[in-house]
Structure formats: C-alpha cells, structure tokens
Design a protein around this ligand. Structure first.
Ligand code: UT7
Length: 329
C-alpha cells in the first residue's frame, strides 16, 4: 500500500430544488409507470435544473460548500479538475467558468470527460498532480445537467437521469489519512453502447440531427447493465487489492448511482453487505459525474462516514470507463 498523498479536506454537493417524481412521466405522453421504474432501477424521483441553472452555477454552490468545510479560500486552490458529460459550452472547458465564478485566480483548470466515472478519474488525476508537486490544494468537481441531453420522448433513457453537482477539496495528506489506492480503466471499443451520435466534430449539429434526435443520448440498456456489473466488480477488487484490504474491512461502499440492481450485484461480488452500501439513486436517479460526490456528501452529513472510516468508491460509465478508490477518512 502506498503512502497517501491527498486527503479529503471538505465535501460539498448541490441538487436543484425541482424534484420530478416518476408519476410525472405519464403527463409527457410516455408509456411508463412508477412501478416499472422502481422495479427495474430503484429510482423514485430526480432533481431537474431550472432554466437559470447550469453547470457553472450548480458546481459553484457545491464547490463553495466543500471549500467552506475544508477551510480553504478560492485563492488557495491550485488546481480545478471538473468532470462532466454535459459541458455548458463545447469550448472552453466548464472548469474555467467555475474558476471565474469562484475567483480561484491561481488555479489551473480543465475538464475530464469520462462520463459517469469522471469524478473518480478527476480525483485520481488531481492526486497525481499533487504527487508530482504541481498542486498542494485541488478542487475536484462532478457536475451534470443531463436533462438537456436526454431524449424526453425515449422512455428507456429519460426516466433514468437527473441533474446536480458534487465537489471535494483535496489537500496534502497528513497522519496516513486519504487516498489509499486507485484504479482506472477504459474500453473504447464499446463506445456506441452509450453515446450521443451527433453534435461533435465528426457529425456536427444540423437540422438532420435534430430531426433524427441523434443529438440526444442513446443507450443499449441491457448491454450496458452487464458491463457495468462486470467492470464495477473488477474495479472494487482492484482498489481493495491495492489497499491490501477485503470487503470485510470496508465501512462503506459508495458506488455510482445508476441502478440499484447494479449496485446490489457489485456489493455481492465484493462481499459487502447492503447495510454497508450507500444508496440514494431512489431520490436522485443517475447524475453521472455528480453521482458519487452527491452520495459521499450525504454519507458524511448523515454520519455514515466519520473520522477513520474506510470507504470504497466505485464507478462505471460511457466509454466505457470505470474506476475505484479506497479512502481512509
Ligand atoms: O451510468 C452508467 C450507465 N448506465 C447504466 O448503468 C444503466 C444500465 N442499464 C439499466 O439500468 C437497465 O438496463 C435499464 C433500467 C435501462 C432497463 O432495464 P432492463 O431490465 O434491462 O429492461 P430492458 O431494457 O430489457 O427492457 C425491458 C422492457 C422492454 O420491453 P419489451 O421489449 O420486453 O416488450 C422495454 O421496451 O421494458 C420496456 N421499457 C419500459 N417499460 C416501461 C423500457 N423502458 C421502459 C420504461 N417504462 N421507462
């Protein structure tokens, strides 16, 4: 096990006030039901950003909460790594908008795009830059306004997603606290199982992409499900191996919140009982990059993660990408 370089000095999160319940999809003319959505996914409701909310505003609220808890001012941030699959603009990175919003004038800021694994990828990237002496204090954010890229006419995807943001301030580790092990992988041969066909440079946005709805997210749900279970299970094993721990040593597993059935299968594989698994997918749906940060924030504020807790974070997303970390709080 390596000596920890970085620890979590403060966590913050934000979810929009507007809560959309499963029952509301019928009013959009979709043939679905609360019963189907709860049975297949565990989701009951999700938060949806208002017209004046975007990743800049949501991530700024989450970041200010994290910075306040860490006792860090904007001028002390050396690095901002922001994960999102729904950038406010395609150029420049949303991270620089956040930097400007916070007044974090000393920071280097950039985005990572690893879909639902982005926040975990961001934490690992930040830890590496801290290890190489490029940063002492880092802000790592996951933020999504997925309501703008889902196809609200496609019942197989639009019921799954929600909006929100999560943030962590990482500082140089003391007393053995912090990130004990990390793991990250990708498989680009599977990209088209979950993607947005148009709107980028390969197929620029045009009237045809609006007409065929290819600017929206598309997913082969059943295939994604299988890979998610396999890859999250593998990621859990690798991070635990790296920390020389087993599932029995983990106080809490905080998985990416996509589907409670994926979470249950991953926990079973890792030998972690569901009492030691944090689940809030019922209230947030899948918030992609924001999901693990939102869950960690709730786990801390509800007292399920305290000083000394050993926590396993694990995520999987489009790409495919998957990643995991073991953290001593
Ligand atoms: O964030 C990381 C990436 N995302 C994920 O991890 C999501 C992974 N996938 C899943 O969570 C699940 O595959 C879904 C929740 C998306 C779907 O659940 P499923 O049990 O795999 O269902 P299915 O796609 O096999 O569909 C079963 C049936 C289909 O009807 P037929 O063909 O059996 O007649 C669908 O058309 O359910 C139908 N269906 C719906 N019915 C009511 C699909 N969506 C809905 C819906 N309401 N919203």
């Amino acid at each position: 096990m390596k000596r920890p370089v970085a620890y979590f000095a403060g966590i913050g999160a934000y979810a929009p006030a507007r809560v959309m319940r499963n029952e509301e999809f019928a009013a959009l003319g979709l043939e679905t039901s609360d019963e189907w959505i709860v049975q297949r996914t565990g989701i009951r409701e999700r938060h949806i950003a208002g017209p004046d909310e975007n990743n800049r505003t949501m991530s700024a609220i989450a970041s200010r909460r994290a910075m306040e808890r860490a006792g860090v001012s904007p001028g002390e941030i050396d690095l901002i790594v922001l994960g999102t699959a729904t950038p406010d603009r395609l150029l420049p990175a949303t991270a620089v908008d956040l930097q400007a919003e916070l007044g974090a004038s000393r920071a280097a800021a950039f985005d990572v795009m690893a879909a639902c694994s982005s926040w975990l990828y961001g934490l690992i990237v930040a830890e590496g830059l801290m290890a190489s002496g490029n940063a002492e204090t880092a802000l790592v954010v996951g933020t999504e306004k997925l309501s703008t890229i889902v196809d609200w006419k496609d019942r197989s995807t639009c019921v799954l997603f929600g909006d929100g943001a999560g943030a962590a301030v990482l500082k140089r580790s003391r007393q053995g606290k912090g990130i004990l092990s990390t793991y990250m992988r990708s498989d680009g041969t599977l990209a088209e199982l979950l993607y947005r066909p148009s709107g980028g440079a390969a197929r620029p946005f045009d009237q045809a992409s609006l007409d065929d709805r290819s600017i929206f997210l598309r997913m082969e749900g059943r295939e994604v499900f299988k890979h998610a279970v396999r890859s999250m299970s593998e990621a859990a094993d690798r991070a635990l191996d790296g920390a020389k721990l087993t599932g029995a040593n983990v106080d809490l597993m905080i998985p990416h919140q996509a589907n409670v059935r994926i979470i249950e299968a991953t926990a079973k594989h890792a030998g972690i009982p569901m009492e030691k698994v944090f689940v809030n997918v019922d209230r947030f749906g899948n918030t992609s990059s924001a999901s693990v940060g939102l869950a960690l924030d709730e786990a801390i504020t509800s007292g399920r993660v305290t000083e000394g807790s050993t926590v396993l974070l694990v995520a999987f997303g489009a790409g495919f990408t998957w990643a995991s970390l073991v953290i001593r709080f």
